[in-house]
Design a binder for this molecule. Structure first.
Ligand code: FAD
Length: 392
């Protein structure tokens, strides 16, 4: 049986980027993904790259690296990620004070321009002028998430990496087991998105990794053309994640809603003309909950009708997936303190921006170059909390 330097579990954006970068520094790598066409968060993502969003020196550094990396990635991987720069319009509700809303973005690396309703409608003629007080304008990056994963996977195979479509059933510090094989490795990287939490638990490991259920409407390619990505300036998802992460003990309760659901009205159009319209986010402990899909779809259509009336009745299907997030908005990247051969690479809150440079740094560190940024993202930062929880 072949023994690998690294086994990477999960082939969404995290596992695909990481397996490629590890192979690029000369490691032997096995990538295990359970589905031939993955249905995780990456599959349903908007693919927006918020490389303007660095609000600390560390995040600014990663955002700068991200911009340079994305611009060159299609050439490096010899496959098109569909990268482009596009206007991102963040809508401000009529009852809100635009200057106050804009102030929340003042610390970012590239603060937005505050646009009048008229100027916003000139950039995106489908906007409903009566539904907004103003708009924040950013220059945003955008890729096709599926094209990007495909490009990373192809480049990984070209470097001699092994990729198997198989479900990993269990994990130990020496390797992983699928229904037909046991694979051994010096190191295992868990990139299983929301499923990473149960993987770790099953191996007796804990950290502050949680997940939400995201719901959106996906359309086929349409003739209608949006000029920009549209999202709310006051997104509720980040605050919701913060509140959900404050109550760690509730995440072990079966069939439990940790905090109430939210709706952030937004839409993105891909280069093939298809749309993703969303998004409802739920913090439910059940991995496969029963939700009322028709009711969710109505809520999302009513939401988008207010902002972009032309989109209310576009053909489309309700979709859902799980999305991982961490206890403090920093990703969880590095060795688990209780089992140093098991590494976590998950819980990113701005993944299309910071994940590719972090995958590169991770591989460089694995090749013997310690990295100060990665040290700050180590799952070990929560170790003291878990020790004190277990001792009380
Ligand atoms: C509607 C929506 C819009 C979003 N918009 C943006 C955006 O604009 N910008 C941005 O940066 N982020 C966005 N995100 C978030 C982003 O898409 C995710 O955080 C990111 O794609 C997560 O990637 P991942 O690889 O960690 O997880 P996933 O994509 O979920 O990948 C995990 C993989 O692990 C595999 N797996 C799980 N269990 C096993 C097992 N037992 N064996 C083998 N394989 C397994 C799964 O099949 C899956 O492919 C959005 C998310 C959603 C849902």
């Amino acid at each position: 049986m072949k023994h690998y330097d690294w086994i990477v579990v999960g082939g969404g954006l995290a596992g695909s980027a990481l397996s490629y970068e590890l192979a690029k520094v000369g490691s032997s790598v096995l990538l295990l993904e359970q589905s031939a066409t993955p249905q995780g968060a990456t599959r349903y993502s908007y693919g927006g790259i918020a490389y303007w969003a660095g609000d600390t020196p560390m995040m600014r550094q990663l955002c700068q690296e991200s911009r340079a990396l994305h611009r060159n990635l299609s050439a490096e991987l010899a496959a098109d990620t569909e990268f482009r720069e596009i206007n991102l319009l963040l809508t401000i509700d009529p009852d809100r004070n635009p200057e106050q809303v804009a102030a929340a973005y003042a610390e970012f690396m590239a603060p937005p321009a505050l646009l009048s309703v008229e100027a916003a409608c000139a950039l995106e003629p489908l906007l409903n002028a009566n539904a907004i007080a103003a708009v924040l304008l950013f220059s945003h990056g955008h890729v096709s998430p599926e094209a990007m994963v495909k490009a990373y996977n192809q480049a990984f195979l070209n470097l001699g990496g092994d990729r198997q479509v198989t479900r990993v059933n269990s994990l130990s510090p020496a390797g992983v087991t699928t229904s037909s094989e046991t694979y051994t490795s010096a190191n295992i990287a868990i990139c299983a998105g929301a499923m990473s939490r149960s993987f770790l638990q099953q191996a007796g490991l804990s950290t502050r990794l949680y997940y939400t259920h995201a719901e959106m409407i996906e359309t086929p390619p349409l003739d209608l053309r949006l000029q920009a990505i549209v999202m709310p300036a006051e997104q509720q998802r980040f605050e919701m994640e913060e509140r959900a992460a404050e109550v760690d003990a509730l995440w072990d309760k079966p069939n439990f809603e940790v905090v109430p659901a939210i709706l952030d009205v937004g839409v993105v159009q891909f280069q093939d003309g298809s749309l993703r319209i969303g998004q409802i986010t739920r913090a439910l402990t059940d991995l496969h909950p029963q939700v009322d899909a028709p009711e969710s779809e109505i809520a999302m259509r009513m939401g988008i009708e207010k902002i972009l009336p032309a989109l209310k009745d576009v053909p489309g299907k309700w979709r859902s997936c799980l999305v991982a997030f961490s206890g403090d908005r920093l990703p969880l990247v590095g060795a688990m303190p209780q089992a140093p051969s098991i590494h976590l690479f998950s819980g990113f809150s701005n993944p299309f921006a910071i994940l590719p440079p972090l995958a590169r740094r991770f591989a460089q560190q694995a090749a013997g170059h310690p990295d100060e940024i990665l040290r700050q993202m180590s799952p070990g930062r929560f170790e003291a909390e878990f020790k004190s929880d277990n001792s009380t």
